[in-house]
Design a protein around this ligand. Structure first.
Ligand SMILES: Cc1ncc(COP(=O)(O)O)c(C=O)c1O
Length: 478
């Protein structure tokens, strides 16, 4: 496919900021605030409505999203977000003020309680909090619950065991929750090595964090033994729900022996990704951990009404109120729309699509059999160059260089939402990168709005405000 992304300005400039197009300076009246916090005038963008509409349309044409084409970013589960969910969340009755008394928001609380119950049923968990605002925040919450649980039992457990194939947030969440991180080397087959696990766990172990299928897409065949080993040592087993899209209606973490888990609703139930928030990362726990859940928690009373309350040993708040409610409402609508059969079908198709794609591409896939995602190797090519080259073919590339178990990793997760034709488009993009010579790979992409950007400067010195430009900086200055 010939692909050209929009370019709406000169060679070296993208769509200008609104304030660069048209601005006006307004005077500010006296404010009852300290002088150092106020200013006398403010320069603001002043576009006419058509300029505004075109500005945002152009920006959307200069970027790439799941509404533009396939987005097989492994581990991220970039599934298409149906427009219906936006409609549900934008209903004027949906956004009730969180400070309203319980008796005046019974419908909202009922939907929250129902979502808690459905998530519990899907994950095999006894109680669920909706409060954490992202998967990583869910990990942190789950680990605070783990800490509180051990403390309540008078046990001082200081270590969390994390496999080397785990997502970086697992290590970070464990450290942020005050634990020492013990890294668990994977076995030769890419799964948990039971001998290494037995050597790693002991009296100090508070928890093992694991995702299943793991980040190579491999199902942990010995999962029941894994959870038993940790339980025998007195630890809990935490399920990183990032890969739950492989299991919906097929298997449940709770039945495998996991005690605590988070759900990335943006990866599994088609809500938008929040980039660390404002998303949602509900946490599920087994029954005896429910008293530690964050407050407020929602429950149905004996009289059939709904109320917010503080669980007996609550770890407190990890976010305001009941979490990002309108994001959660989208997850509710998605689950309700698909039902049991639809959810199971989504996972089955996610697995089928990954297997179809892996079979069709010419890159080596060293580990398998896998489920909803797989990790191919770019071999002697640079995985980042392969990814940049794929951009010129109108697709988003896979995740690159992670997990490090695979040389020049290309981590591919097509999701259930893509048709066979779209998967073939991805195959063509992989083929083109596989056939490209070194020059073509290193200079790509050519057909996108922006070519190679300075990723290090963008990450280390982001210019997130127009004021940085106003102060004389440029878009590309680090
Ligand atoms: C395996 C895994 N665990 C945890 C996370 C963290 O989730 P979130 O992005 O919702 O914070 C991710 C995110 O990509 C992930 O892939």
């Amino acid at each position: 496919m010939r692909y050209d992304q929009a370019r709406w300005a000169d060679e070296d400039r993208y769509e200008p900021l609104l304030i660069e197009k048209r601005s006006e300076t307004v005077e500010i009246d006296d404010a009852p605030l300290p002088e150092e916090l106020t200013r006398d005038e403010l320069t603001m963008a002043a576009p006419a409505e058509p300029e505004l509409a075109r500005h945002y349309t152009r920006l959307s044409q200069e970027t790439y999203g799941v509404d533009s084409g396939p987005f097989p970013l492994g581990s991220c589960t970039m599934k298409y977000n149906p427009a219906l969910l936006e409609r549900v969340a934008s209903d004027e009755n949906a956004a009730v003020h969180p400070d309203r008394p319980d008796e005046s928001v019974q419908g909202t609380l009922e939907v929250m309680a129902t979502l808690q119950e459905w998530l519990g049923r899907i994950g095999g968990m006894d109680a669920v909090t909706l409060q954490p605002p992202a998967g990583a925040a869910g990990e942190y919450t789950g680990l605070l619950i783990t800490r509180a649980y051990h403390e309540q039992r008078g046990e001082d457990r200081t270590e969390v065991v994390v496999p080397d194939s785990a997502h970086g947030t697992n290590f970070a969440s464990a450290a942020m929750a005050g634990f020492d991180v013990v890294e668990l080397p994977s076995g030769d087959d890419g799964r948990v090595n039971l001998e290494a696990l037995e050597a790693a766990v002991g009296e100090e172990t508070a928890a093992l964090m694991l995702t299943n299928p793991n980040t190579l897409g491999l199902f942990e065949r010995d999962i029941e033994t894994v959870t038993e080993v940790v339980h025998d040592a007195g630890g809990l087993v935490y399920y990183d729900g990032a890969n739950l899209n492989a299991l919906l209606g097929q298997a449940r973490p709770g039945d495998m022996g996991f005690d605590v888990m988070h759900y990335n609703v943006h990866k599994t139930f088609a809500t938008p990704h929040g980039g660390g928030g404002p998303g949602a990362g509900p946490v599920g726990v087994r029954e005896d951990l429910a008293p530690y859940l964050p407050a407020p928690h929602v429950r149905e009373t004996d009289g059939g009404t709904y109320e917010r309350y503080e669980p007996a040993h609550s770890i407190g708040k990890v976010h305001g109120f009941e979490g990002n409610w309108l994001v959660l409402l989208k997850a509710y609508a998605y689950i309700r729309r698909l039902g049991d059969e639809g959810l199971a079908d989504a996972s089955a198709k996610a697995v089928l699509n990954a297997n179809y794609l892996a079979e069709r591409i010419d890159f080596e896939v060293p580990y398998g059999p896998f489920h909803h995602e797989f990790v191919a190797s770019a071999g002697d090519r640079d995985a980042a160059d392969v990814a940049k080259h794929m951009l010129d073919h109108g697709v988003h590339p896979p995740t690159t260089k992670w997990p490090e178990l695979v040389e020049e990793a290309l981590m591919v997760e097509p999701t259930e939402a893509e048709s066979r034709e779209t998967l073939d488009l991805l195959v063509a993009a992989f083929d083109a990168a596989g056939d490209a010579d070194a020059d073509a790979l290193e200079s790509a992409p050519h057909r996108t709005t922006a070519s190679r950007i300075d990723q290090v400067a963008a990450a280390r010195s982001p210019r997130l405000s127009w004021r940085a430009l106003d102060d004389g900086g440029s878009r590309t200055d680090p």
